[in-house]
Design a protein around this ligand. Structure first.
Ligand SMILES: Cc1cc2nc3c(=O)[nH]c(=O)nc-3n(C[C@H](O)[C@H](O)[C@H](O)COP(=O)(O)OP(=O)(O)OC[C@H]3O[C@@H](n4cnc5c(N)ncnc54)[C@H](O)[C@@H]3O)c2cc1C
Length: 520
């Protein structure tokens, strides 16, 4: 067993983890930061963010108050107003830092930021880099990480579990602290104990739990599951945001996202008959918030039995469209959809988790020395539904706040004796089909029983079925050598359990959560 000791262990290399690591490393050249990430270093939800970052910059047309108000409306009464104010007001400062790290954002002919407008926003305030903003942010942050000698980035390293009192020989379960994590070197198969003074979970979202998702394959909710097993407080898991317009393909899997900004640009949603249906559902039509658009599409699909609806861009200025959305334009062409003439087939897909690991304004979790940042967290910013382009902003702000907290509260090294990972008596699983079968079953269960519109009967059935999958996979886990796919499946089962149980606990419909039994 390999043992590493570091000041800060960061789990995840998306915007949240990288921003924190860069800030810490820049300020404290004498402290070490280890980032572990389970895929290629840039693979993350961050890399696929298209629309941009919501920041109030034009104080003539826009104001912090308007952005706060839009966020509160989307959150449907469940946002923490102080958090919303703090995040919105810190936006411009955090954007400046990103620019200092050489992230590029589009400018208009006058040299001002070319601000986009997205669903739920009352003003133009979304800074972007064409339609590949996340790719640009990830590129710039990784470039900065590689310039800093006190950061060690270990790609293809999978965090298996957090180390807490539960693993120590003399556990004190009264007050829990985190001492790092057990990590699997995915290429060599080695197990590492990484002991850290402070551990940051920046492990992103959970989209894969639903199978049909805009998220890449890394989004299996590992950080949330690890935190759950370590008894960390987790909340609001019922608030899953389904993106209304993912490009529909018959194969399913990883759905390419047709950004909100395309509707902001004037595209219409039509059903198979060609009827523009959104005005029937909401006065803001295609620009209503995500949950309303997703639920409206869900109604249309249930009514007609169709598999998808369409996004019509044929009336739009195509020169401007191609300039704003070159990636979307090209992607559609790959699927033989010519946006100038053809409507784009779209369907809602699991996209973003509003809840997660509960953190305070400084990113502290309910376990000592364990922090969390980004999509795996529940900060109180999103409430029952996230306003578009608020999540990159949230990650930037909280990475900064955790950095500030640790800057102000240095602690002395805590030397403890951590036992090695114990895999005595385990063998390499011979039948991968058991993992794949349970994964398929889990994803179908989540789509069919725990989707956009839920009800108590389906949720209760889902728990029973999930229990069967859980028992089978736990048995496999106990007798098997650690593999990434098995750990991810186990994590997704934990996450599914949290989503279903917390859905059953919510007795009223709010934001992105809709249970037809709550109407009675
Ligand atoms: C298609 C798409 C478009 C989006 N568009 C926008 C947008 O325009 N604006 C906006 O604000 N937001 C957008 N979002 C949401 C936003 O991109 C994410 O919420 C945000 O990037 C999350 O950042 P993060 O750092 O928390 O997580 P991620 O960027 O997902 O990073 C998580 C990291 O953790 C690693 N990891 C996970 N588990 C483990 C483990 N067990 N061991 C080691 N490493 C692990 C992953 O490999 C990854 O590196 C979009 C999301 C998607 C999918």
């Amino acid at each position: 067993m390999i043992v590493m000791v570091t000041d800060y262990l960061v789990i995840g290399s998306g915007v949240a983890g990288l921003t924190f690591a860069v800030k810490m490393a820049e300020k404290f050249a004498d402290r070490n930061i280890v980032i572990v990430t389970k895929g290629d270093e840039d693979e993350s939800n961050t890399k696929y963010a298209q629309g941009g970052i919501a920041v109030v910059l034009d104080l003539e047309e826009d104001s912090f108050q308007k952005h706060i108000q839009d966020t509160l409306i989307a959150g449907d009464g469940l946002c923490n107003e102080q958090v919303v104010e703090m995040v919105v007001k810190e936006g411009p400062q955090r954007l400046k830092e990103l620019i200092a790290w050489e992230a590029n954002f589009d400018l208009d002919p006058e040299g001002d930021f070319d601000l986009g407008k997205e669903g739920g926003h009352s003003e133009y305030r979304v800074v972007h880099h064409k339609d590949v903003t996340g790719y640009e942010v990830e590129r710039a942050l990784l470039q900065r990480v590689h310039q800093l000698p006190n950061i060690t980035l270990l790609s293809h390293h999978f965090a298996i579990d957090l180390i807490t009192e539960h693993h120590l020989k003399t556990p004190n379960l009264e007050e829990l602290s985190c001492y790092g994590a057990y990590v699997l070197n995915q290429k060599k198969g080695d197990l590492l104990t990484i002991q850290a003074q402070h551990t940051l979970l920046a492990s992103g979202g959970i989209g894969r739990v639903y199978g049909h998702t805009t998220n890449p394959i890394i989004a299996t909710g590992d950080g949330i599951a690890m935190a759950y097993r370590a008894k960390v407080l987790i909340k609001d898991m019922e608030f899953i945001q389904f993106h209304p317009t993912a490009l529909y393909t018959a194969e399913g899997g990883f759905y390419f996202l047709i950004s909100e900004a395309v509707r902001g640009f004037g595209a219409y949603l039509r059903n198979k008959e060609g009827h523009r249906f959104m005005p029937d559902y909401h006065e803001r039509a295609e620009l209503a918030s995500r949950d309303i658009v997703s639920q409206s599409i869900d109604y249309e699909l249930k009514k007609t039995g169709d598999t998808h609806v369409f996004l019509d861009c044929t009336h739009l200025d195509m020169v401007a469209f191609k300039k704003h959305f070159p990636n979307i334009y090209d992607k559609c062409l790959e699927y033989h959809i010519d946006i100038e003439k053809d409507w784009i087939p779209v369907v809602p897909a699991s996209h973003y988790l509003c809840g997660g690991i509960v953190v305070d304004k400084e990113g502290k979790t309910s376990v000592n020395n364990l922090y969390a940042c980004g999509e795996c967290t529940r900060t109180g910013l999103h409430g029952a539904n996230r306003l578009a382009s608020n999540s990159l902003l949230e990650a930037l702000v909280y990475a900064h706040n955790i950095f500030k907290y640790l800057d102000d509260n240095s602690s002395t090294p805590n030397i403890i004796d951590i036992p090695d990972w114990n895999d005595d008596g385990t063998v390499i699983p011979k039948e991968h089909i058991l993992i794949q079968h349970n994964l398929n079953e889990l994803q179908a269960l989540m789509r069919d029983y725990v989707g956009i519109v839920r009800n108590n009967k389906r949720l209760s059935k889902a728990i029973l079925r999930l229990d069967l999958i859980y028992n089978e996979v736990e048995e496999l886990y106990k007798e098997s050598k650690i593999t990434t796919t098995l750990c991810e499946l186990r994590n997704m089962i934990n996450v599914a359990h949290l989503i279903i149980t917390q859905s059953l606990e919510r007795k009223e419909n709010r934001g992105g959560y809709f249970n037809s039994d709550n109407l009675n």
